[in-house]
Design a protein around this ligand. Structure first.
Ligand code: TXA
Ligand code: MG
Length: 348
């Protein structure tokens, strides 16, 4: 399949939106930027169009997609009702990185969008290109992150091309995405609402608006199946295995040395603060300062993808504080690492 490429500029923006809208309306798949990560869009009312998304990503069919709209008025077409908590969240955080799960009105969307569930995740993204496209297309657009299933989500058009060139009808390039991690997913069909996936809007920000909510990822025991079907799969992972090293700087350095002695080529993914204390090595990349977790979020996927272009056989990273967007950073790192930790306390 030939993948058409657009680079959005002030001069061609309307023309681009018209062309992309036409493709989406015709049942094709087009990737575009949002403020969180790039998504692959398709007409959420068209079963065959949505099937192309699953096919292009290699995504399991039991993992539902988020529906994107330009305007709140479009939601009434396919949800049964909007609980008052959800209304407050929409008013405060939309457009923005918050996906709200609402009760689905049957037979309005393609059934594969929601993977047969009786609820649907919806959001209005806060990105001029996404909003422009959605407004011109005028249809609800199902859009998961535009990566091959299992890989880190794309934060640039180049990342999308890496994974999906030749697999989708088009890619709209418009620079890097701002947040760098996906939206927070909150289930407002439950009372109190439950955060199914931490993301761009923190639990603290949500609770300041609607009071206490449940955090599925914090409260879930290992045996339980996660409520957001997508959270049970391996995710965000580069090719080389990752382990999270929890200990002081000497301990961290020792783990690198031991691995190198075993013949591993070690990639190191750390904060500026830790980097300062480690011996320089070829595949060491910085995520930024711990004092700015939003910068760490912004860089994380790009740095994870970087390792796939190197010969590293193992990646060591460090844990970050689960405050604000740090919660989402650690959620993604935990998944990328498949829960592999090396802890100082257990060794000594
Ligand atoms: O920031 C984002 O949310 C990006 C951009 C493109 O908008 N999209 C994104 O989509 O991350 P995706 O498909 O990669 O992740 C959607 C998550 C999955 O974990 C899925 O299981 C969950 O949302 N989800 C979607 N609909 C759901 C529903 N009705 N009930 C429970 N979980 C749902
Ligand atoms: Mg995804």
């Amino acid at each position: 399949m030939e993948t058409k490429i657009w680079h959005v500029t002030k001069e061609n923006e309307i023309q681009t939106y018209l062309e992309v809208a036409k493709l989406l309306q015709a049942g094709e798949t087009v990737a575009f930027p949002t403020e969180t990560v790039y998504g692959i869009g398709a007409d959420a009312t068209n079963e065959q169009a949505v099937a192309k998304i699953y096919e292009a990503k290699g995504r399991p069919s039991d993992n539902p997609l988020i529906v994107h709209v330009a305007d709140q008025s479009q939601i009434h077409e396919f949800v049964q009702k909007i609980p008052s908590n959800a209304k407050k969240l929409m008013k405060e955080f939309w457009p923005g990185p918050l996906t709200i799960i609402l009760p689905l009105q049957p037979e309005r969307l393609a059934t594969n969008v929601t993977a047969g569930l009786d609820s649907v995740g919806v959001r209005i993204p806060e990105h001029p290109v996404a909003l422009g496209l959605l407004a011109v297309a005028g249809i609800p657009v199902a859009a998961p992150s535009a990566n091959r299933s299992g890989k880190p989500s794309p934060t640039s058009g180049e990342h999308v091309a890496e994974d999906l060139l030749g697999r989708i009808s088009g890619i709209v390039f418009a620079g890097k995405t701002g947040v760098g991690l996906e939206s927070t997913v909150i289930d407002c069909t439950l009372e109190p609402p439950a955060i199914l996936r931490p993301g761009g809007i923190s639990q603290e920000e949500i609770e300041a608006m609607i009071g206490p909510v449940i955090s599925e990822t914090k409260e879930m025991t290992k045996q339980e199946a996660p409520k957001a079907p997508g959270m049970k799969y391996t995710h965000y992972a580069p090719k080389a295995p990752i382990a999270i090293v929890k200990g002081d700087t000497t301990f961290f350095q020792k783990q690198i040395d031991l691995a190198e002695k075993r013949g591993e080529v070690v990639g190191v993914l750390v904060s500026d603060e830790l980097e300062e204390h480690l011996r320089k090595s070829e595949y060491m990349v910085g995520l930024g300062s711990k004092a700015h977790p939003e910068e760490i979020a912004y860089r994380l996927y790009d740095r994870l993808r970087y390792f796939d272009r190197t010969p590293v056989t193992l990646i060591y990273t460090e844990p970050f504080e689960k405050v604000g967007i740090g919660e989402a950073v650690m959620n993604r790192l935990d998944k990328a690492a498949g829960g592999r930790y090396i802890k100082q306390s257990e060794e000594s």
